[in-house]
Design a protein around this ligand. Structure first.
Ligand code: PGA
Length: 315
């Protein structure tokens, strides 16, 4: 069983006194350095000796000499006080917003551009840790309700009076097919034709699916759903493998190149969604979170547009 020695040591201040006695070489000298009286220092040292049950020092030729026990205690006191000094420093940095953790939850489709907002911010504040959670719309809404993260990114934020948001950029949802697909040969594709082809759709709870369902409902049509797939990447690969066509955010796509994907010309598309940066009004923001919000407000849109352009992705 552990002795719980720490419970017998009265205060951290006693450890400071111990170190002063050790460093200054005497009770009087320590008292002077700490602006205490000599009896106060002696009493505290006595209490420490009682706590460990052994003498901390002896007098040899009227000179104060630390015992082996005393020297061990000095070592521990240095470690404990160093830990507090480090704690003090990191709390100071956290208060100034130079360190700590920024928590962000984003819907899966936005993972393609969010890193480009984080990159320049992390360069500016290299000691900040980031926790990035990626889930579908439903999972991300649940996190917002529980107030887990500092910020959220949605294309279809929940209608909720407790949250605030800023618009980041357009999120066009476009129809894609393999370039050898019969519809890909046509100059114009009708929505009816789109609905006849095998269609690949995201899982329930996905914001992309939510937008697609609303779109077809508005046009009083139903797609011919052949597969439900929980990831944009997997949908792209299934389209490339000629398993069907789909509608996805343009931000998940780069056209041409190696992937054989083309965008179908459908006059009712794209579905014009938008990306929103969201936070809960009732959650108290840390200094880091405030700094990140300023970064998004002042540079967010520009950074994203540059990045999308660089990668040939529509914005
Ligand atoms: P999703 O998100 O990844 O859940 O489809 C996109 C959105 O919120 O619109």
């Amino acid at each position: 069983m552990q002795s719980r020695l720490h419970a017998h040591i009265g205060t951290i201040r006693q450890l400071e006194i111990l170190l002063a006695v050790h460093d200054k070489g005497g009770i009087n000298e320590a008292a002077k350095a700490l602006f205490l009286t000599q009896p106060t220092v002696s009493i505290q040292m006595k209490k420490l000796a009682e706590a460990v049950g052994e003498p901390i020092y002896r007098f040899t030729n009227r000179k104060l000499v630390f015992t082996e026990t005393g020297l061990e205690m000095v070592k521990t006191a240095v470690e404990v006080l160093d830990s507090f000094a480090r704690l003090d420093m990191s709390l100071g940095k956290m208060r100034q917003g130079q360190s700590g953790t920024l928590r962000i939850a984003v819907v899966t489709t936005s993972k393609y551009f969010i890193p480009h907002l984080l990159g320049p911010f992390c360069e500016q504040f290299p000691e900040i840790d980031i926790q990035l959670n990626v889930g579908n719309r439903e999972q991300t809404i649940e996190r917002l309700k529980q107030g887990i993260d500092d910020f959220y990114v949605f294309s279809h934020p929940p209608i909720d009076s407790d949250s605030d948001s800023i618009e980041l950029l357009q999120n066009p949802l476009v129809a894609i097919a393999h370039q050898a697909h019969p519809l890909a040969q046509q100059k114009q594709v009708s929505l009816k034709q789109l609905c006849q082809a095998p269609f690949l759709i995201r899982e329930k709870g996905s914001g992309t699916r939510h937008a697609i369902e609303a779109f077809f409902k508005e046009h009083e049509l139903n797609p011919n759903v052949k597969m439900t797939i929980e990831s944009n990447e997997a949908i792209k690969h299934c389209v490339m493998a000629k398993l069907g066509i789909s509608i996805l955010s343009a931000h998940t796509l780069t056209y041409g190149g190696q992937n054989d994907l083309i965008r179908l010309p459908i006059k009712e598309l794209p579905i014009n969604a938008k990306w929103f940066f969201v936070w809960s009004k009732s959650k108290r923001q840390t200094v880091i979170a405030q700094q990140f919000l300023e970064h998004i407000q002042s540079n967010g849109r520009q950074l994203l547009e540059q990045e999308l352009q660089r990668n040939g992705i529509e914005s």
